[in-house]
Design a protein around this ligand. Sequence first.
Ligand code: NAP
Length: 247
Amino acid sequence: MSEQRPQLALVTGASSGIGEATVRALAAQGFETIAAARRLERCERLAAEVGGRALRLDVTDTDSVAALAAEVDELEVLVHSAGGALGLERVAEADDDRWLEMYESNVLGVVRVTRALLPALRRGRDARIVIVGSVAGVEAYEGGGGYTAAKHGAHAIAQTLRLELLADGIRVTEVAPGLVETEFSLVRFDGDAERAADVYRGLEPLRAADVAELIAFCVSRAPHVDIDYAAIKPTAQATAKIYHRDR
Ligand code: NAP
């Protein structure tokens, strides 16, 4: 009898942070992996390290998403990690373009990639979808409006998919992290390293690997178990805004 091929996991936003760590964690669990993001060279380095594949992907571009989907015949795990925040302006100073960009990557990106890969997930065995949401998906904070609105949108998409895919037996999980030290703050503050470092001042943030470990846990449960929603925060963080800093 021929052996079954290993299960395949595709991770968006795999060129950095949580997505990159998730590719490593899933490869260590025996998944074949596809690492996808705009910075292809980073994905290629990661793919070479874990023995997987790398594909260029811009989740805001329907053609790019279609090209990705054309490369995937059967898929078991789809992890949406592409996304992030831009700026910390209050509603009174909101920049339409940056708000749109956050909605494009964090919400429509999840929609486009899910829609394009659902046929492959249906052809695969025991399909699971993981959306990397955020505490910002269920809370608000001053200056966070553009990002919290987008992550609330991603949260709603996760809940919608849970309903719409119920009869298909496709599991849907939202993993919602608090502060994780990645390139997230550097991107949010347009490369201002000092401002980014200040976000994590005086506390121990999560590492990308902590979140990846949770994602790997969620997708490795028995087929009848769906971890619907999982929040993960540093011990020093109580809410999106309340931290304990020792300096
Ligand atoms: P990160 O290190 O900045 O990684 C973000 C990833 O998203 C990168 O790989 C980036 O790749 C990718 N990405 C952004 N826009 C994209 C696009 N249009 N098309 C394809 N890929 C795109 O930040 P991270 O912390 O790992 O963020 C991962 C996810 O976790 C995001 O959804 C973020 O909102 C969420 N999150 C982060 C935190 C945190 O504190 N760090 C907390 C809660 C939730 P390219 O630039 O190469 O395309």
